[in-house]
Write a protein that binds this ligand. Structure first.
Ligand SMILES: [Zn+2]
Length: 251
């Protein structure tokens, strides 16, 4: 039976207008930064890797703890993580890959193509990139540590990923079947509960229709149990159970 944890490794305040489509308010909202750990299956699986000290300093992140330290605190040695599902390649989900030296990283084909393709040169996209970590896609691939997937995949029984796009070209979300129902880790398909619940996407997008369709997909996958875990919302700690500071038990 799977156990699933959200592990918080940092916080940042930012104006609301950045995270809600056509929002005019500059009131601050607080983002929490997470990686998600799935244990209890044949082998532990991590969803995303977070970032390292350099991004934390440059991007004014509060209360930064290396994501690998949070994984260790949750009971798994970072070097014992064999598999990471990478929801997308923004710095806060990918730049910390070297913290997990034994892992194979699963990422969507469209996501790799996007960040190694023609749009990377534009500030609109590169501000969310850690360029060094994107260049390691090539070396890691030749070390057989990148698995490029295309579309929806069953990772192991009861653990699946779905390509939804929208926020980034090949964004994927993850579902885990639990005794209470199917848990949906939306990552940045919905940064906050407000994004999905009011159908008000974030401003950071590659396709607005895909982003809206992703909300429909999440609702469909979540079903009646509504076990939805959004990507950066401090409210995750209220909707699920905090077991110790920074560690939230989701299932
Ligand atoms: Zn993010």
């Amino acid at each position: 039976m799977y156990e699933v944890y959200a592990l918080k490794y940092g916080e940042r305040d930012t104006p609301a207008c950045q995270f809600f489509y056509r929002e005019t308010s500059h009131e601050p909202v607080t983002l929490h930064y997470f990686v998600w750990l799935v244990t209890g299956g044949p082998r532990p699986v991590l969803v995303d890797v977070g970032f390292r000290e350099d991004d934390a300093a440059q991007r004014h992140i509060r209360n930064y703890v290396p994501p690998s330290a949070m994984v260790e605190r949750a009971g798994v040695k970072p070097s014992d993580i064999p598999l990471v599902l990478v929801t997308h390649l923004h710095y806060d989900h990918w730049a910390g890959h070297s913290l997990f030296p034994s892992a194979e990283f699963w990422v969507q084909k469209d996501e790799v193509a996007f960040w190694t393709g023609p749009w990377g040169r534009y500030d609109a996209f590169r501000s969310a990139a850690n360029v060094g970590s994107l260049s390691s896609l090539v070396t890691l691939n030749y070390e057989r540590r990148i698995r490029i997937v295309d579309g929806d995949v069953e990772v192991m029984p009861g653990l699946r990923l779905y390509r939804v796009g929208g926020h980034t070209a090949g964004l994927q979300i993850v579902t885990v079947d639990t005794p209470r129902g199917r848990l949906v880790l939306t990552s940045d398909a919905s940064h906050f509960y407000r994004n999905i619940e009011r159908r008000q996407p974030v401003q950071i997008i590659t396709s607005l229709p895909d982003m809206l369709a992703a909300f429909e997909r999440i609702d469909e996958l979540a079903g009646r149990e509504r076990l939805v875990v959004t990507g950066h919302d401090p409210e995750v700690a209220e909707r699920f159970k905090v077991v110790e500071p920074g560690i939230i038990r989701l299932a």
